[in-house]
Design a protein around this ligand. Structure first.
Ligand SMILES: Cc1cc2nc3c(=O)[nH]c(=O)nc-3n(C[C@H](O)[C@H](O)[C@H](O)COP(=O)(O)OP(=O)(O)OC[C@H]3O[C@@H](n4cnc5c(N)ncnc54)[C@H](O)[C@@H]3O)c2cc1C
Ligand code: FES
Length: 263
């Protein structure tokens, strides 16, 4: 884990209430893996006191990017920051997505800003030749204006399935409906699923995984304190005992979670 001051290279609104920040953070960028996160201070002072966690959205040799939605005080302050300012970062933290072996199909399911770590996963898998797996990204948002990084996604060599709740682009409805409608056609081949998005979507993916017996990993969110496994502020109930989202997660195989206990 590295603590560093990352210089902001850009910080811009990329969709309504959603911002992308690029930071110069060479040491974190070098170690970053898809699914890991950075824990950052939104201000120089202590209001808010706690750092805020954000998935790594991209990492190159020297730079990292995060995609963030404006939710409350911390993210509002983050959006006020401009190029040249620095942000105190801790990272990369937590467990990453892990593709096991060479499945025939890798499916990524992203809801809203859940695209952040899955874009990084797709980009990383595609950089690692030879990728013999077919890679499919299911990505759902409310409306086409909420799509994040659509131009970049179209450039990736990936099968892209879009759903919008208002029908403004792609399938009309929720991304889970679209994923579910295609799922049976994937099951004759070896399949691994990776997902990030609203809790309801992740719960449904977990029950589909258990019902149809395919491996799935999900990235969970929990309000965090320390971000490094010390305070136990992010504990959830797992199938074998309690788990810290910041340390044993944020990426978990679905069978490790006691889904009935999570709200
Ligand atoms: C591992 C991890 C990765 C994340 N990655 C991203 C990302 O890539 N992009 C992104 O936009 N967000 C991400 N988040 C969520 C992000 O951390 C919160 O949106 C942010 O901390 C809100 O800070 P705030 O000060 O703006 O809002 P606050 O003032 O802290 O919160 C406003 C309201 O939102 C609720 N809230 C805050 N954080 C969370 C949370 N994590 N889950 C559920 N409710 C919450 C609070 O209870 C409060 O009611 C991630 C969270 C985790 C744990
Ligand atoms: S946030 Fe402190 S243990 Fe996870």
């Amino acid at each position: 884990m590295i603590q560093s001051k990352g210089e902001i290279l850009f910080n811009q609104e990329v969709a309504p209430s959603c911002w992308k920040m690029q930071l110069l953070a060479p040491e974190i960028a070098n170690q970053a893996q898809p699914g890991q996160f950075v824990h950052l201070r939104c201000t120089e002072n202590y209001s808010p006191l706690l750092r805020r966690p954000f998935s790594l959205h991209r990492a190159s040799e020297r730079k990292i990017e995060i995609l963030y939605q404006i939710i409350g005080q911390g993210t509002r302050l983050l959006a006020e920051k401009v190029q040249g300012e620095t942000v105190d970062l801790l990272g990369p933290l937590g467990r990453a997505f892990q593709v096991k072996g060479q499945p025939e199909i890798i499916v990524l399911v992203a809801g809203g800003v859940g695209i952040a770590p899955l874009y990084f996963l797709a980009e990383t898998l595609l950089k690692k030749p030879p990728l013999n797996s077919k890679l499919i990204l299911f990505y759902g948002v409310k409306s086409k204006e909420n799509l994040l990084g659509y131009g970049d996604l179209k450039k990736l060599r990936i099968n892209l399935e879009i759903a919008t709740e208002d029908g403004s682009l792609g399938f009309e409805g929720e991304i889970l409906q679209l994923f579910q409608s295609r799922l049976l056609s994937f099951l004759s081949q070896s399949l691994q699923v990776f997902a990030c998005g609203p809790l309801g979507m992740l719960k449904n993916i977990a029950s589909l995984s258990l019902k149809y017996n395919f491996p799935a990993q999900v990235s969970l969110e929990k309000t965090m304190g320390c971000g490094i496994g010390v305070c136990r502020g992010c504990v959830i109930k797992g199938s074998q005992g309690y788990l810290r989202v910041c340390k044993e997660g944020p990426v978990f195989p679905v069978e490790d979670i006691d889904w009935a206990a999570i709200s």
